[in-house]
Design a protein around this ligand. Sequence first.
Ligand SMILES: Cc1cc2nc3c(=O)[nH]c(=O)nc-3n(C[C@H](O)[C@H](O)[C@H](O)COP(=O)(O)OP(=O)(O)OC[C@H]3O[C@@H](n4cnc5c(N)ncnc54)[C@H](O)[C@@H]3O)c2cc1C
Length: 396
Amino acid sequence: MVENNCSECNACVQICKHQAIELKVNEEGFSYPCINIEKCIHCNLCIEVCPMQNGDKVKLSNLKVLAVQIKNNKTLQKSSSGGVFSLIANYVIKNNGIIYGAAWNAEMQLCHIGVETEKELERLRGSKYVHSYIGNVFQDIKVHLKNNRLVYFTGTPCQVAGLKLFLRKSYDNLITSDLICHGTPSQKIFDVFRHNMEIELNEKTVDYKFRDKSIAGWSCSSSSSLTIRKNGKKHFHIYNRNMRAYYLAFIKGDITREDCYSCPFTTVERVGDITLADFWGIDKFHHFFPNQNNGVSLVLINSQQGINIWENIKNDAISENSSIDIALQTCNKNLYEPTIRPCARNDSYKKAFNNFISFRDSYLLQENPSKIYISYYKRKIKQIKCIEYLWKLINK
Ligand SMILES: Cc1cc2nc3c(=O)[nH]c(=O)nc-3n(C[C@H](O)[C@H](O)[C@H](O)COP(=O)(O)OP(=O)(O)OC[C@H]3O[C@@H](n4cnc5c(N)ncnc54)[C@H](O)[C@@H]3O)c2cc1C
């Protein structure tokens, strides 16, 4: 097993007709390909489809930059930024297509799945800051594309590049969205934090939102967990110290996959037809959005396919033209450089696995959870006041 220059997109495993490649998990929980020399016929297909080695072949030049917010407020609240993923996904559903993205399974493991209805779409919505297991979805996508089905694939840039290289030809019925990406921690380290929360609460996690706007809005990202008690009752948590520490460790880049620190996709040349990101610092550049605190997306359109899709969805969005120069001035550093590897990364996984409490608490020293509770209840009260006001108006 060579632990170098692999993003775990699984393209090599899926392209190999001889089942000569297996992913093996290292002690941090990251998988790397391992070639069975006896089965390998040296066709080199695994190298040709590797996004870390051949990603440049599928890079696109940017055509248009936009600031976008979906008009549907309910969907906006459930989305991590401006809800552009949902705009595209709704278009695909209306056209009888299938959408692939990251979703929790029943064991809270993150994997890519395909969905075909608006109800199922709920599972894909929202950023999950963990590596998503691709499994065999590239093979499934190829079958759908050959059957002329419209397919929308969303993922990290390495996953999108992996898919495009795996397909080895372009399809008019494929739409891809990549994300400006900070990097991904392993499922194993996420599970350590989650298990500790479950032990403390004596409850089982059934859903987890990394960015729940209902707590403190869009810009002050806060997480929420939905757990289930032994009596079957569901419980919503707006703050949990274990999960908060995970989020802070992720943001600092302390638990990112080693290969992400030299990511070749942190450039303005993108791999997806449409790149999705948060428009951090929107108030400095665009003043057109009435409801900025609910989230605005930075959207990079990188192909004719992307332009066609935008033409079809733009009426359901509030948008303003932007530019690549502005995009580079937002706080989206991963548009032009990989996350910088901090010294803390040297032993972060060992500390998390061997001395969890002190590792977790090291992130919480500057934390003031009461701020999060105050912000949440303030928002709730505002909502009630708004309802009261509307009620008065109706009565008048
Ligand atoms: C690991 C990760 C790191 C990110 N880093 C940044 C960043 O540094 N700067 C920035 O501006 N934006 C970043 N984003 C993107 C941002 O958080 C939003 O996902 C994006 O703006 C789309 O928001 P939305 O409101 O349009 O859609 P949402 O409804 O929020 O949809 C999110 C989409 O992302 C996909 N997705 C969620 N989790 C994963 C995952 N783990 N792996 C692959 N696909 C996933 C879902 O399938 C869905 O299609 C990151 C996202 C992820 C998943």
